[in-house]
Design a protein around this ligand. Structure first.
Ligand code: NAD
Length: 454
């Protein structure tokens, strides 16, 4: 059995080693999950609901522990990590209501009675990235379990620890053995086997567009269901008629949250030319004020990048001759630190077109509403974005015109467990969260009952 070493990105110290599951291990897990799923699906709806609520309350009792693990493994600031662990509890509680509400339909037809059933798909494979390990895991496993499925989950190699702990907590809460299994390992081994295994009936993949494209192509060979949550290069559009002070004060948090390792990062700030200079004057102190440092400290707003390799990748976008407008601070010494960085490049520069996934933002001027919309949509991605304006009609027009799954007006919020989340274009396929998520883990079965004459 091979192992991988997990590193604390703020200290570069080893935390522990984790055993890597191999292909035979996946096959064994799938076989056990099939049996567990049948028994789970057969349980009365209220029992499934109660089991998910019990899981939520065990997570609630371990919020501090889960948060501490995420701080150490991923370098998330403690306040963020606590929010993330609480979010897992909330997602579980939200979908605990679903088993008793997946009621299907009764459709009026001639000659009989027609009803639909929302049947579970079976065994679902969830593949997660390293940027928000436990929250993204819960977006897959909670609605999938609620809909009567078994879940196998493969965390990212760098950040498996909170997911492993959630697997233990599920058992502690009384979820049946083998129903929810965490399988740490390589994408090229565990992830690929999830996709190729005929008894894994759906894949929920969150990660890069590059790997997601491969997952979709492989899944197509079996017409396997997929939900894909992929990359982003979202725009933060600042119109001259907005509250410019607030737009500038909040812009750093719209992109530098989680050190920019956020698929929803508003990493392209587009500013109306008439207020561009004033916006930059206001943005500079806001960027320099972001508190970057020890993620265990409650004052910290931004921690390190996840790994040395990822820091190298982010740094490659800021060579010595990069058009840096200004930068924030970052600690020196051990840890994969990178300061918040504001660039003012040309429109077609790769910093404007590629997902950097670090604390680097570009600022570009635009002339009018049509120009802003064209620039916002000039990307293969379409995940999120913000629109700053006090003109209601403009807010509605622009929100309808931007090709993106999650927009916010006069804020940078993207994710709520009770509203749908997902991408347009190459940012993904399908939606997670919101009231309909459990339906995406079911097959609709239509049954017609002929009714004879009396
Ligand atoms: P990644 O694509 O490298 O890896 C994601 C997961 O896929 C990991 O668990 C990895 O081990 C696994 N994997 C790798 N190769 C595989 C293969 N051949 N088959 C199956 N699985 C395989 O992504 P990452 O670097 O971990 O995460 C960063 C990316 O995730 C960014 O592009 C980011 O935008 C995206 N992301 C998207 C969302 C969203 O909801 N849209 C959320 C978070 C992150």
């Amino acid at each position: 059995m091979s192992t991988s070493t997990v590193i604390n990105p703020a200290t570069e110290q080893e935390i522990r080693t984790v055993e890597q599951v191999d292909e035979a291990g996946v096959d064994d897990a799938v076989a056990r999950a099939i049996a567990a799923q049948r028994a789970w699906a057969a349980r009365p709806p209220a029992e499934k609901a109660a089991a998910l609520r019990a899981f939520a309350s065990v997570v609630d009792a371990h919020v501090d522990e889960l948060a501490a693990i995420e701080v150490a493994n991923s370098g998330h600031p403690i306040g963020n990590a606590e929010w993330e662990a609480g979010h897992v509890r909330d997602v579980l509680n939200f979908y605990a209501a679903s088993p008793e509400r997946l009621s299907g339909q009764q459709i009026p037809v001639a000659g009989g009675l027609d009803i639909t059933f929302n049947e579970p798909i079976g065994v679902v494979g969830v593949i997660t990235p390293w940027n928000f390990p436990m929250t993204i895991a819960s977006w897959g496993f909670a609605p999938a379990l609620a809909a009567g499925n078994a879940v196998l989950i493969k965390p990212a190699e760098w950040t498996p620890l909170t997911t492993i702990r959630l697997g233990e907590l599920a058992l502690e809460a009384g979820l049946p053995e083998d129903l929810f299994q965490v399988l740490p390992g390589k994408g090229s081994v565990v992830g690929e086997r999830f996709v190729s295994h005929p008894d894994v009936r759906k894949i929920v993949f969150t990660g890069s567009t590059e790997v997601g494209t491969r997952v979709m192509a492989e899944a197509a060979k079996q017409v396997k269901r997929v939900t894909l949550e992929l990359g982003g290069k979202s725009a933060n559009i600042v119109f001259e008629d907005c509250d410019l002070e607030r737009a500038a004060a909040t812009a750093p948090y719209g992109v530098f949250d989680n050190a920019g390792q956020d698929c929803c990062a508003r990493s392209r700030i587009l500013v109306q030319r008439s207020v561009y200079d004033r916006f930059m004057e206001l943005l500079e102190p806001a960027v320099k004020g972001v508190v970057v440092g020890d993620p265990t400290s409650r004052d910290t707003e931004m921690g390190p990048l996840v790994s040395a390799a990822h820091r190298d990748s982010v740094a490659s976008y800021v060579p010595d001759d990069a058009p840096v407008a200004f930068r924030g601070s970052a600690p020196s010494g051990p840890g994969y630190w990178f300061p918040p960085t504001v660039l003012t490049p040309q429109r077609n520069d790769r910093t404007v077109t590629e997902e950097i996934f670090g604390p680097v933002v570009t600022v570009l001027p635009f002339d009018d509403e049509a120009d802003a919309i064209a620039m916002a949509n000039d990307t293969n991605y379409g995940l999120s974005g913000s629109i700053w304006t006090d003109n209601l009609s403009r807010a509605v027009r622009v929100a309808r015109a931007v090709e993106s799954g999650n927009l916010s007006v006069n804020s940078h919020s993207s994710v709520r467990f009770n509203t749908p989340f997902g991408g347009f274009k190459q940012s993904g396929l399908g939606r997670e969260l919101g009231p309909d998520a459990p339906l995406h883990f079911t097959e609709t079965k239509n049954v017609f009952f002929a009714i004879g004459e009396s």
